[in-house]
Design a protein around this ligand. Structure first.
Ligand SMILES: Cc1cc2nc3c(=O)[nH]c(=O)nc-3n(C[C@H](O)[C@H](O)[C@H](O)COP(=O)(O)OP(=O)(O)OC[C@H]3O[C@@H](n4cnc5c(N)ncnc54)[C@H](O)[C@@H]3O)c2cc1C
Length: 408
């Protein structure tokens, strides 16, 4: 577990017979969807196969950022920053949000120019973001010895506590009338005359007119049960946390090969900014053509340092098919154990640049799973075949990507 314990959310004991919308998945996406819908007066049931926020949504870096996003995401991110700024107040709970700024360092002139060019996408938004020199960076991050050309510094960016955010949002959705059902995997969607009429869950049937799938890494699997093909692959990263650090930077920092973010408890969440594990699984070949444009777009970020390919281990591989009327084997669908190879590669990186960190201990390290999509920019995915079934892969910073295609 890469951070403090996830704030526990106790699921409701009673399963509603009928609601307007069932949301599948209790990560940041599902809980946010449930809150938005409940605030609009809809009857909502959120079904989570395990506990709220127990998967990827509690294992990320906790950055809330607009900087260095795909330009097509900028309008959505500007709105996300606005939402985050008052999320603790809106939910009546602590999400850990702080507008502390984010720094992207530039190793050389080329990178400096790239970051500077990117900054122009924020023109017209009243969001502070600017290029700073190496000298200004040293003033901003006292004690660091980063040998860089300069940095993109975005004070408008911030951070949140991943272990608190999704639970806070789920509780707020419940305050507004949503049913929060944990340990309640959805096994399938029922249709009547081509329209969604309900979902079959581990705990029984819930009639509904619409379904939003926010199943994270399992969405491809779930879509398969409906005859829908969602091109989605998994990428594994490693996230560590340190013991509390005195006088460390308040800003989150992305450097050449590591990324750090201060947490509420005074420690840091540390990750490699470059290394990911990609398992070669049957879907890798199946979706190779779909992912080619995204791969190409990654350009020189996609090299052998960035991707470690493993033929031997299948990250988060479910055991068997997810059957509608048979047990869904949710135990097999959990985040897998940490690959040692990924951890050792970057364990010491930040300590080299922040020497005063060398006295710190690593408290824990854990795996994180992200899902790769065909395109890096946002979209929603309503389906003509199931008009009221939606895939909503909006991330913690409210990002989403391309949607499923319909078989046949
Ligand atoms: C290393 C790393 C760092 C990241 N850092 C950041 C960051 O700094 N900022 C940021 O904005 N984003 C970050 N992300 C991305 C962010 O973590 C994800 O976009 C986000 O957590 C996805 O949320 P989710 O709700 O879609 O998925 P999840 O949190 O995985 O939630 C999906 C939920 O659906 C449930 N589920 C699945 N199938 C079913 C079913 N059939 N029935 C019931 N429940 C089901 C699962 O149990 C799970 O709880 C990072 C990702 C990684 C890997």
């Amino acid at each position: 577990m890469p951070g403090p314990f996830v704030v526990p959310v106790h699921g409701d004991t009673e399963l509603p017979k009928e609601v307007d919308c069932v949301v599948i998945g209790g990560g940041i996406i599902g809980t946010s969807t449930a809150l938005e819908l409940a605030e609009r007066g809809l009857r909502v049931a959120l079904c989570e196969k395990g506990g709220i926020g127990q998967e990827q949504s509690s294992r990320n870096w906790g950055w809330v950022r607009i900087s260095r996003r795909d330009p097509r995401e900028v309008p959505l991110m500007a709105e996300a920053l606005r939402i985050w700024a008052r999320l603790s107040e809106r939910t009546g709970r602590d999400t850990g949000y702080a507008r502390a700024g984010i720094v992207f360092t530039c190793a050389d002139d080329k990178e400096y120019e790239q970051h500077e060019r990117w900054g122009r996408h924020l023109q017209g938004y009243q969001l502070e973001s600017r290029m700073i020199s190496a000298g200004e960076l040293r003033d901003l991050l006292p004690g660091s010895n980063l040998d860089v050309k300069g940095a993109l510094y975005t004070p408008a960016d911030g951070r949140a506590e991943p272990q608190k955010a999704a639970p806070a949002i789920a509780e707020a959705a419940r305050d507004r009338g949503a049913a929060i059902l944990t340990e309640c995997a959805v096994r399938g969607v029922e249709t009547t005359s081509g329209a969604v009429s309900g979902v079959v869950t581990e705990r029984g049937f819930i009639a509904c007119k619409a379904v939003v799938l926010a199943g994270g890494a399992w969405s491809n699997l779930f879509c398969g049960t409906l005859g829908l093909d969602l091109p989605q692959l998994k990428v594994m990263n490693t996230v560590l946390r340190t013991t509390p650090v005195e006088n460390g930077p308040d800003q989150a920092v992305w450097a050449n090969n590591f990324a750090i973010r201060k947490r509420q408890d005074g420690g840091y969440t540390v990750a490699s900014s470059m290394s990911n594990l990609v398992d070669i699984v049957p879907n890798s070949f199946r979706y190779a053509r779909d992912f080619l444009p995204a791969w190409r777009q990654s350009g020189d970020r996609c090299n052998s340092d960035w991707v470690v390919v493993s033929f031997t281990r299948q990250g988060c591989r479910p055991a068997g098919r997810w059957m509608r009327r048979a047990p869904s084997n949710t135990a097999a669908c959990s985040i897998p154990s940490l690959p040692k190879k990924a951890r050792s590669a970057f364990l010491q990186m930040p300590a080299r640049h922040f020497p005063f960190w060398q006295r710190q201990r690593w408290r824990s390290a854990g795996p994180a799973i992200s899902t790769s999509r065909r395109t890096p920019f946002p979209s929603f995915a309503p389906l003509t075949r199931f008009p009221a079934f939606m895939w909503r892969p909006v991330s913690q910073a409210m990002v989403s990507a391309s949607g499923p295609r319909q078989a046949g």
